[in-house]
Design a protein around this ligand. Structure first.
Ligand code: MYR
Length: 283
């Protein structure tokens, strides 16, 4: 059985890595200054964070059209028996639902839409591990089972400089009053049941990062083999510094630095920083 792996642009897997593992990508779009850009294709993260500062109107985002999923799945049906389509959390975007709809519209290939219940490089971990398992010849159902197993070990925490972006985009699932009380602090955020909720109120960025390190330390103390990604919104230097510090302390964790690209950056704002990790399945 030949299984293809698809993910969407919000995994922000670098193009070369995607290509080396044969991961197919469907882009979400950002609407900026009246123009629609498919992220990772028409606009880079760097271009987005620069351009956004010149615009009076704040950007918005949109999910891929269902037709694009249908087209891709049909193309894949020529060479594959199955496809696992890994997407950002269904609680924050209709992208996963688009894959589900398209799955019911194509013949000749079995589509397994997969809700990562998260986004960014942590979603990327599912696509990367899935692609490695597919390369080893594992069947789609087995891969989905293993990804579900990995899900038990996934954690991610992030902080934003200004909660107003999340509030405006309607992606913070709490009563307005609670959000209001959080506007004065820098809460750590995380996903619970597919949606973003505050994890803890923390006053400073430094303390928030320390707290995330503590959560990582707890999670990886079994000595297993983990991968972690530090994810930043136009704060690469800070992210690299943090990664170097952590890499020295946690040798059983393989770290990388990734980014909040245009679509996720629209909802989090520049300056956001986070980290996510998962226990490894395959080498
Ligand atoms: C759409 O228009 O469908 C895209 C909506 C994207 C919402 C993004 C909300 C923030 C997600 C933060 C992910 C952090 C992962 C560590």
């Amino acid at each position: 059985m030949k299984t293809a792996i698809v993910t969407d642009s919000t995994a922000y897997i670098p193009k070369e890595l995607r290509e080396s593992l044969n991961i197919h990508m469907i882009p979400l779009s950002v609407i900026l200054g009246g123009e629609t850009y498919r992220e990772e294709i028409d606009i880079t993260a760097g271009e987005f964070y620069e351009e956004v500062t010149y615009q009076d109107k704040l950007p918005t985002t949109s999910q891929p059209p269902v037709g694009e999923f249908v087209e891709l799945f049909e193309k894949l049906s020529r060479d594959y028996d199955a496809v696992i389509s890994v997407h950002l959390s269904s609680g924050i975007s209709g992208t996963y639902q688009g894959a589900v709809q398209a799955a019911g519209m194509v013949d000749g290939i079995t589509v397994f839409p997969y809700d990562s219940e998260i986004s960014c490089m942590v979603q990327g971990f599912y696509a990367l591990e899935g692609a490695k398992l597919a390369r080893e010849g594992k069947g789609a159902e087995e891969i989905v089972r293993l990804l579900d197993e990995m899900k038990e070990t996934v954690q991610a925490y992030f902080m934003v400089d200004d909660l107003a972006h999340l509030q405006r985009g309607g992606r913070l699932s709490q009563a307005q009053a609670i959000i209001g009380s959080l506007l004065q602090v820098k809460p750590l955020l995380h996903f619970v049941d597919k949606v973003i909720v505050p994890f803890e109120k923390i006053r400073t960025r430094k303390k928030a990062l320390k707290r995330v390190e503590g959560l990582l330390e707890d999670a990886v103390k079994d000595g297993g083999s983990y991968q972690a990604s530090i994810i930043h919104a136009n704060r690469e230097e800070e992210a690299i510094e943090w990664m170097k510090e952590l890499a020295e302390k946690y040798p059983n964790v393989e770290f990388n630095v990734s980014y909040f690209g245009p679509v996720i950056g629209t909802h989090l704002g520049e300056g956001s920083m986070g980290m996510g990790w998962a226990k490894r399945l395959a080498e």
